[in-house]
Design a protein around this ligand. Structure first.
Ligand SMILES: Nc1nc2c(ncn2[C@@H]2O[C@H](COP(=O)(O)OP(=O)(O)OP(=O)(O)O)[C@@H](O)[C@H]2O)c(=O)[nH]1
Ligand SMILES: [Mg+2]
Length: 211
């Protein structure tokens, strides 16, 4: 995947997409409340506190668009954002949050599975992995579910500013090898830091290809 690059045109298309208007649409806690199918959609999944909401803010260049917090479990529903009437972004509740009440966890899992299975406009799920922790058991479970639901997904490493470049490169190679073994996974792994705004030109270009 070393030769996977983005052309000037793709980078420009991604930049323009996110330079346009991005607005909050709605929060969904049950399937009947999902917005009707329409625009292509991408979503962000990952363990609680991995940085999903921060990544949406960095991607769109809008600090308070998605609510972020130090307290795990901040995002408890599917939050939809409209990018220039061309694309929906979906911020998902995090998984693996130890203190979450069991009944709530079951509800979220049900909601996420039903959403993944019943959303033909879903173009890709970006599965976020904390660069300090790598792929954990519940990330593997998420990847398995995505393989089973035949939903295209791609790994994005977050919080790259928290580890050395060498450590991040090593993790990236490992995660790429894991991705290659999963049928529904895109083998190119994105490296990001929302804190330092790194990796977003490429991620915007990637997303620009999907709409
Ligand atoms: N250093 C650093 N901190 C980050 C980065 N991204 C997110 N954080 C911090 O990590 C914490 C969690 O970020 P969120 O974006 O709320 O995480 P989340 O995945 O949306 O969490 P839930 O909604 O609970 O699932 C916050 O304190 C962020 O400031 C990053 O790139 N670098
Ligand atoms: Mg969140």
């Amino acid at each position: 995947m070393e030769d996977y690059t983005f052309t000037e045109n793709e980078l420009e298309k991604g930049r323009l997409l996110f330079a346009a208007e991005c607005t909050f649409m709605l929060s969904v806690v049950k399937i009947p409340d999902l917005p009707p199918f329409g625009r292509p959609e991408i979503c962000f999944a990952g363990r609680s506190n991995v940085g999903k909401s921060s990544l949406i803010n960095a991607l769109t260049g809008r600090k308070g668009l998605a609510k972020t917090s130090n307290t795990p479990g901040r995002t408890q529903c599917l939050n939809f954002f409209n990018v220039d009437n061309r694309l929906n972004l979906v911020d998902m509740p995090g998984y693996g949050y130890a203190e979450a009440p069991k009944n709530l966890v079951k509800e979220w899992q049900g909601l996420i599975r039903d959403y993944l299975l019943g959303r033909p406009t879903l173009q890709r799920v970006f599965v976020l992995i904390d660069s300090r922790h790598g792929i954990k058991e519940n990330d593997r479970a998420m990847m398995k579910m995505l393989d089973e639901c035949a939903v295209s997904y791609q790994i994005v490493l977050t919080k790259g500013d928290k580890i050395s470049k060498a450590a991040q490169d090593k993790l990236c190679t490992e995660v790429t090898e894991i991705s290659k073994k999963h049928p529904a996974a895109h083998p190119f792994v994105h490296k990001t830091s929302s804190e330092k705004m790194l990796g977003f030109d490429e991620l915007r270009a990637e997303i620009g290809k999907l709409c």
